[in-house]
Design a protein around this ligand. Structure first.
Ligand SMILES: C[S@@+](CC[C@H](N)C(=O)[O-])C[C@H]1O[C@@H](n2cnc3c(N)ncnc32)[C@H](O)[C@@H]1O
Length: 226
C-alpha cells in the first residue's frame, strides 16, 4: 500500500500489486464530494428533513475521508449523523497519520486520527453532531439490521473486476431491508452488472454525471412496494 497525491492535492492510497486506488487520481477530496456528499448526504438531509439523526452506512472505511467530510457537513448544517462503516483491512497508523485531509480542509491536525483511533465495534460520539461506529467485519458476512435503519449508503468498494461478490444482487438484497423507504445509495461505479444487481434487489437506479474522466456514476433509491 502506497500513499500518492491526486490532482486536487489530496492523498489517496494505491494497492501497488493491483494498481487500484482508493479514490480517483483526479482528486480524492473532490471525488468524495462529487459522489458521496452532494448527491447522497445532502440529498438525504433534504429528503429526511424531519429525522433527528441521519444514519449513514459506508462500505469500506479505508482512509476515513468520507467519514471526515460527513462530520464536517453535519457540523456545518447542525444535523446529527450516526455513521456506520464496515472495514475488513484497516489502514495502519503509519499510513493514516500521513494523510493530508485535515490540513487541506483546515481542520485541527488530529481530526482524521481521532476517527481512526476510535474503537472498533462500538458507537462513539466524536462531536455533538457526529457519532461513529466502525465495524471490523467482512461485508459479505456483516449482519445488517433486519428493520429499516439507514437513510444513506456510500458504496465505496474496490471495483467489481477485483471484488465481484461485493457488487452482487444477493449482497444488495441483504442490505435492502436495512434501508428506510427512499434511502439513497451512491457509488462511483456505473457498470451494467452493478445496475442490474441493484435493480434486482429493489432499487430504482439513475445515472448521474461521473467525476473527472468517468462519464457516469450511480444513485439508487430503495422503493418499497406500495
Ligand atoms: C475503494 S476503498 C475506499 C475506502 C474509503 N471509503 C475511503 O474513502 O478511503 C475500499 C475499501 O473497502 C475495504 N474492503 C475490501 N474488502 C472488504 C470486505 N470484504 N469487507 C469490508 N471492507 C472491505 C478495503 O480495505 C478498502 O478500505
Amino acid at each position: 500500500m502506497q500513499l500518492t497525491l491526486t490532482a486536487d492535492g489530496s492523498h489517496t492510497l494505491e494497492l501497488t500489486d493491483l494498481g487500484e486506488h482508493y479514490h480517483s487520481t483526479e482528486g480524492a477530496i473532490e471525488e468524495a464530494r462529487h459522489v458521496y456528499m452532494r448527491p447522497c448526504l445532502l440529498a438525504a438531509f433534504d429528503r429526511f428533513a424531519d429525522t433527528d439523526q441521519l444514519h449513514i452506512f459506508e462500505m469500506g472505511f479505508g482512509t476515513g475521508l468520507n467519514a471526515l467530510l460527513s462530520s464536517l457537513v453535519a457540523q456545518q448544517l447542525h444535523r446529527k449523523v450516526l455513521y456506520t462503516s464496515v472495514e475488513l483491512h484497516p489502514v495502519s497508523s503509519d499510513i493514516y497519520s500521513r494523510l493530508n485531509y485535515a490540513e487541506l480542509l483546515h481542520l485541527p491536525p488530529d481530526s482524521l486520527n481521532i476517527l481512526h483511533e476510535a474503537p472498533w465495534n462500538e458507537t462513539v460520539a466524536i462531536s455533538p453532531w457526529f457519532s461513529l461506529c466502525k465495524c471490523y467485519a467482512d461485508i459479505c458476512s456483516y449482519e445488517f439490521p433486519l428493520q429499516p435503519f439507514f437513510h444513506t449508503v456510500f458504496y465505496d468498494a474496490f471495483a467489481p473486476q477485483y471484488q465481484p461478490s461485493l457488487w452482487s444482487a444477493s449482497l444488495f438484497g441483504r442490505m435492502a431491508p436495512a434501508l428506510h423507504d427512499g434511502a439513497l445509495l451512491t457509488t462511483y461505479c456505473c457498470k451494467g452488472d452493478v445496475k442490474r444487481a441493484l435493480r434486482a434487489a429493489g432499487f430504482l437506479v439513475e445515472k448521474l454525471p461521473g467525476f473527472g474522466r468517468k462519464r457516469e456514476m450511480l444513485r439508487a433509491t430503495i422503493v418499497r412496494e406500495q
